[in-house]
Design a protein around this ligand. Structure first.
Ligand SMILES: [Zn+2]
Length: 333
């Protein structure tokens, strides 16, 4: 079978592929977050590029032609990671499309100056802006601030790590769906993770899924999150007509020491966790790592980057059963 390239809709390649002496130690999460903050303070543009390049090489080796990465913007990294990734975007443009989302990982409460720094990042020419609904005391205010910044600059993507904790008292997806609809932002807005949705009662979940579908926003799930919490109600979202995307999320950093960048492995993990076992279900799952973004700029950039990815096996079921590397990756002439 042959395929033209895989889509990785969510990653953090600015702080992955830790370079020694930094290494993963399985300490409590707040400690690992503190190490990440320390690393971000120290990392130079050169080091950030080195880490991100390692991630891109892996992804490309497995046939990925579209990568959307969040890039932290805060007083620790300042704008170094954005500058590093903008350079890489240019260096990799003949192999893959690298979309950069300037991301508020640390919250406005901890670092209020992030709002001003995000404005600067938008002026440097990123493709999107990202927030995190669990980082600030007032999640609604956080969402509104990020949306206001986004609308002042006309970016392609507005993405939120949404209800990542999985806690029912941390459930902001209904508000995000509401404001997406009110502002008419549709597929520009992506909710990543949506873990709390799995833990709220079924009626609330149903109403929320309908609101998400009605708003036109997209949902990205990152199957490796299963290590620490439930994934979202992905089958119910799909059934309601919501566009689903998959991402690798963290790769070989202080949060997760594993990660190949092989999108078939992430799809296989979701297949296990959410029981995509029948052929139709597996075809649908494969389509989520195959479908390119509904965006003319990206479509045009991707048009020249098609690969000829060859795999043994005759069906998507066989492909997902093994999640192999392609026999070879070669650009279509
Ligand atoms: Zn993430």
């Amino acid at each position: 079978m042959s395929y033209s390239g895989w889509m990785n809709y969510h990653a953090h390649i600015d702080k992955g592929f830790l370079v020694p002496p930094r290494k993963y130690i399985d300490a409590p999460a707040p400690e690992r977050a503190a190490w990440t903050r320390e690393a971000k303070k120290q990392m130079t543009i050169f080091e950030i590029k080195e880490s991100a390049t390692n991630a891109l090489e892996k992804m490309y080796q497995y046939g990925t032609t579209y990568v959307r990465t969040h890039v932290d913007v805060d007083p620790l990294f300042e704008l170094r990671a954005v500058e590093a990734l903008i350079e890489l975007k240019e260096e990799w443009k003949d192999r893959l499309v690298l979309d950069i989302v300037a991301f508020n990982q640390e919250g406005f409460d901890r670092f209020p100056e992030t709002e001003y720094m995000l404005k600067e990042a938008l002026q440097l020419g990123v493709d999107g802006i990202g927030g995190h609904t669990s980082m600030d005391k007032d999640a609604k205010e956080h969402i509104d601030t990020v949306l206001n910044l986004a609308e002042s600059s006309n970016v392609d993507w507005i993405e939120f790590h949404t209800d990542e904790t999985g806690r029912v008292d941390d459930f902001n997806l209904p508000y995000l769906a509401q404001v997406t609809k009110d502002r008419g932002l549709k597929e520009k807005v992506t909710a990543i993770h949506c873990c709390s949705l799995t833990n709220v009662d079924d009626d609330t979940a149903k109403r929320t899924i309908e609101a998400v579908a009605d708003s036109g926003m997209t949902v990205t799930t990152c199957p490796t999150a299963i290590a620490t919490r439930s994934l979202t109600r992905v089958k119910e979202f799909a059934k309601a007509g919501v566009t689903i995307q998959l991402g690798s999320d963290n790769l070989r950093d202080f949060f997760n020491p594993l990660g190949s960048g092989n999108m078939l492995q992430y799809a296989q993990l979701l297949g296990y966790v959410s029981r995509f076992y029948e052929a139709d279900e597996i075809n649908q799952l494969i389509s989520w790592i195959q479908n390119s973004p509904d965006n003319p700029r990206v479509q045009e950039q991707l048009a020249g980057l098609s690969l000829n990815l060859q795999y043994d096996g005759k069906t998507n079921v066989e492909l997902l059963a093994e999640a192999p590397a392609p026999r070879f990756v070669q650009p279509v002439k």
